[in-house]
Ligand binder design. Structure first.
Ligand code: SF4
Ligand code: MSK
Length: 642
């Protein structure tokens, strides 16, 4: 059990400023935090310190403002009120709050999927010339999985038939399971979910039902509430996120191994720098295409720049990187620091993980913050509404704004850190299979023999409460040293790449077995599988491994970890991995400790019914050790050498 820690912040003041040494292990970030201190720019670290002490009731999850009888709060130490005005106790309040986090996370991923589906529909109906089917093979694989005929048919005919099937994943009447789950989830898991009554029926319905159940005076049973959270999270992982990944592959290409550079040193003094930020690749893929065009490169020259340099941030960065190999500026906590370099002409943001602070910070520089989605506007930003039907025009307008902004750059203020690292990305399931020679057999063999002891997915964010990248890297390093193959997504991938884990030479850091396998296959010991929604790729790998071995996912020597998570999306991801039978480590304490019952349910009892459970441990060394022991135990149960 994790002890109650009301003030988990490790970042501290030094002479009234943020201490860069305590804030990050990335030297480029440290340089710019120092600059922010000197010049008085505010970053997430500064604002976190201003927030301290953060509300203890909030940290423990025992405050409720679901109605105006409240807000109510429960005294976790038993000296004050034990129930809200309506009579809800700590168990009900904590469970309801977590459930609403899952709903928000599942909604974010799935709404992203809906946006990609809309583009797919336009392509199917011939309503856009800006996009096309790029991976016909994957389209046909999906069609076959969903029972759509493919023989003798064009891509467009197949796509047209897929649209209503995929649209029904979001909303349909009736209790029959989601088609993507039926088609892609392993059979043993589907049995578990059916028996428990958590088989998702429709993505929007599960999210909607959470909002209903958590309304005042509806569901008060923490177990019943949590099971609905499981159902919504499964709808996210195995359908919403899965759909976002598959359709993005079909439209933009299934990733293949690709080299790139990462860290703030990828910004260029001589070029127009555009940062693409957020999660949805639909516009950013176009931005890259337009920015790399001769027309725009020439235009940049007219404005005194040596071309246009598009760099990625967060998961939009991951999406475009995986398919185009664009350089990456960094992960979530680097978004403000990129602007502080003084070298960014435009930040183009779609949605999710985009801090509203960027607008204020951009005003201190010449940087234009451009929002593009009707559902995400930020006061102070320029809004260029993006319509996938005329994506080329929108992309041209945006790139032009950035280029025309170049002469406004104050060269005297430009401070681009020198740091950048070479890395490899692009490991889709298909790419991994190709590397393995067409089947999972070599991986299964290596696992059985113990050359590779297990597989761990590390995902998730940065959180200024944790020294940036420290937890992500410490867990990664310890696992690979112990012959555990690490795969992952999101901001973990940016951290792992920045600190040198995505190179072939990184195999030297791995234990002898993993090192041998990496050298034989020509892969790094830690594998970049994509953006947050691409955690679905990890689900597919786990499902395929379980099916091939004739076991359940919960029997595999596998685990998940989110060492620096912050977002509601991460709560949904963690929950669908637990529900898929995986032990999930959380390095940041979730707001549940105010209810010992809910805490026990998530960290102990869940295993009995789902095969997976949450494990909370802020210390990354200890966490890695526990994960390693968990993997050894699973191997013993399979009768494999440890
Ligand atoms: Fe208070 Fe109950 Fe209303 Fe929540 S739902 S604010 S606990 S009265
Ligand atoms: S971007 S959700 S901070 S991983 Fe996907 Fe990074 Fe977390 Fe956003």
């Amino acid at each position: 059990m994790v002890k109650v820690e009301l003030l988990p912040t490790k970042v501290s003041w030094k002479n009234g400023k943020v201490d860069p040494e305590k804030a990050t292990i990335n030297p480029a970030a440290a340089e710019l935090i120092e600059l922010a201190n000197r010049e008085g720019y505010e970053t997430a670290w500064h604002r976190l310190l201003q927030q301290e002490p953060q509300c203890g009731f909030g940290l423990l999850g025992v405050c409720c403002r679901n109605c105006t009888l409240g807000p109510c709060r429960i005294d976790p130490f038993g000296n004050g009120p034990k129930r809200g005005v309506c009579g809800a106790d700590a168990d009900t309040i904590v469970a309801r709050n977590i459930l609403r986090m899952i709903a928000a996370g599942a909604a974010a991923h799935s709404d992203h999927a809906r946006d990609i589906l809309q583009v797919f529909q336009y392509v199917a109906e011939g309503k856009t010339k800006s996009y096309k089917i790029t991976d016909s093979e994957k389209l046909r694989w999906l069609a076959k999985a969903l029972g759509v005929p493919v023989d003798g048919r064009t891509d467009q005919e197949i796509a047209k038939d897929l649209v209503p099937i995929l649209a029904a994943e979001f909303g349909k009447y009736g209790d029959e399971p989601l088609k993507l789950i039926e088609a892609l989830a392993p059979s043993k898991r589907k049995e578990v979910w059916s028996k428990l009554g958590v088989m998702p029926r429709a993505i929007d319905r599960e999210v909607n039902e959470i909002m209903h159940r958590t309304h005042m005076g509806v569901d008060a049973d923490p177990v019943n509430l949590t099971l609905q959270g499981v159902r919504a999270a499964l709808a996210d992982g195995w359908s919403g996120s899965m759909m976002a990944t598959i359709l993005s592959d079909i439209l933009f290409g299934t990733p293949k191994p690709i080299k790139y550079n990462i860290n703030l040193g990828v910004l260029r003094e001589d070029a127009v720098n555009i940062v693409v930020h957020g999660h949805n690749p639909v516009l950013s893929m176009k931005i890259v295409q337009v920015a790399w065009s001769k027309e725009m490169q020439e235009l940049a020259k007219k404005y005194g720049a040596n071309g246009v340099n598009v760099v990625g941030m967060c998961c939009t960065g991951n999406e475009v990187l995986m398919r185009q190999g664009i350089p990456i500026a960094g992960n979530m906590l680097l978004q403000e620091l990129a602007i502080i370099t003084g070298a960014v002409e435009a930040v183009i943001a779609d949605y999710q993980c985009v801090m509203p602070s960027l607008a204020t910070l951009a005003e201190c520089f010449h940087t234009k913050l451009i929002t593009t989605e009707p559902k995400m506007k930020i006061p102070g930003a320029i809004h260029v509404e993006f319509d996938p039907k005329n994506a080329d025009e929108a992309a041209k307008e945006i790139v032009r704004i950035a280029i025309e902004n170049f002469p406004r750059r104050n060269k005297a203020r430009v401070k681009i850190p020198k740091h950048k690292t070479e890395a490899m990305a692009g490991y889709s399931v298909e790419a991994l299979l190709q590397i393995l020679g067409g089947s999972l057999d070599p991986l299964i063999q290596a696992l059985k023999e113990g050359t590779i002891k297990g597989v761990v997915g590390i995902v998730g964010c940065n959180n200024p409460k944790v020294k940036q990248n420290y937890n992500l890297i410490t867990v990664t390093k310890k696992l690979i040293e112990n012959d555990i193959l690490v795969v992952g997504t999101g901001c973990w991938a940016h951290a792992a790449a920045t600190h040198g884990f995505f190179t072939l030479e990184a195999a030297e850091m791995a234990g002898p077995g993993l090192k041998k396998v990496c050298k034989a296959l020509g892969i790094p010991p830690a594998i970049h599988m994509g953006s947050c929604v691409d955690c679905s790729r990890i689900l597919l790998v786990l499902g395929a491994l379980a099916d091939a071995l004739g076991v359940d996912i919960s029997d595999l020597p596998a685990a998940g970890s989110a060492p620096e998570w912050f977002s509601e999306k991460a709560v949904s991801i963690g929950t669908y991995f637990v529900a898929s039978g995986v032990l999930v480590h959380l390095g940041v304490v979730p707001p549940v400790l105010g209810s010992p019952n809910v805490t026990k349910l998530l960290t102990e009892d869940a295993e009995k019914i789902l095969g997976g459970k949450f494990y909370v441990e802020p210390d990354p060394e200890k966490a890695a050790e526990t994960i390693i022991n968990h993997i050894i135990e699973k191997r013993k149960k399979l009768g494999w050498p440890t």
